[in-house]
Design a protein around this ligand. Sequence first.
Ligand SMILES: [Zn+2]
Length: 334
Amino acid sequence: MLGQQLQPGLHQLPPALFGSEAAGSGGGHADPSLLHGLAPSRVPVITPGHEAAGEIDGLGSPTPGWHVGDRVVLAAGKACGTCRACVAGGGLDDCLDQRVMAFDYDGAWAEYVVVPVAALCRVPEDMPLEEAAVLADAVSTPYAAVVESGRVRPAESVGVWGLGGVGTHLVQAARLVGAAPIIALDPLPAARERALELGADHALDPTAEDVPDRIAELTEDAGLDVAFDIVARSGTMTQAHAALGHRGRLVLVGVSPDPLDLGPEAAYAVSRHTTIGHLGYRKSHLQELVRLVSLGRLDVSRSVSAVLPLEDIAEGIRRLESKEGNPVRIVIKP
Ligand SMILES: [Zn+2]
């Protein structure tokens, strides 16, 4: 689940008023889903935008370590503060009623946004805010899927179904931890080409009939150690599950309107497969990514496909939905 390592009681700290002309807000796949009612929201009218970076414009009462003008990227969640786990002193990862920015409270498609100080993650001076904004969710969710849910180890074979923004970053994260080979699958030739450039060893069209044979060949008949399904439709799930080897793990990333269809139950029992659901990230993942980008281990510069002013947000959504120019993320700069 999306989460932060909050300290007990931190949800009671005063919020930080965040924002500035430098604010960037990634236009992610979840935002159009929210607009079309495909993603859950507990409130009827809300400001979208759950991937955001910028400068602190104002602070509540004492917030040790933070100052106006500090550059930050936001973890997009907060603990409810009242559930059994929160009352017992747990943080957001334990909270039984987690709140997600842009789904349960106002997000960052705006000039300013108010967030708990615990959501702040420092961005070094040499990192563009546009790249920092992309790290929240678009990179941190697939990164968390690789390092935490999938627990990918060096030399494990990995398949990635769906090479939009999240899938592209998942390929990069798998490369970062040493997965080999990395097999990327998407019907779009441009998406496959991009995955190859960013670290995939092979790229396949999942609609081709010989996909199972090709994956078997590329894994020396062992099948995949880990299959990541970012599309999460019944067709991709079935194909991804069928490609697993002995003790393979299928990681479902994201939210699907389809019922789960994983094929014959026997495959699970005999091959000891595991299916893992994955959503979101912890704040610690975001902090790790800031460090990896800052130290040159991870390059997300290609993930900022365009930067648009806030008033052109409808145009940004149109480009994302029509996949015009095959965008990874379109950043809104209020
Ligand atoms: Zn709670």
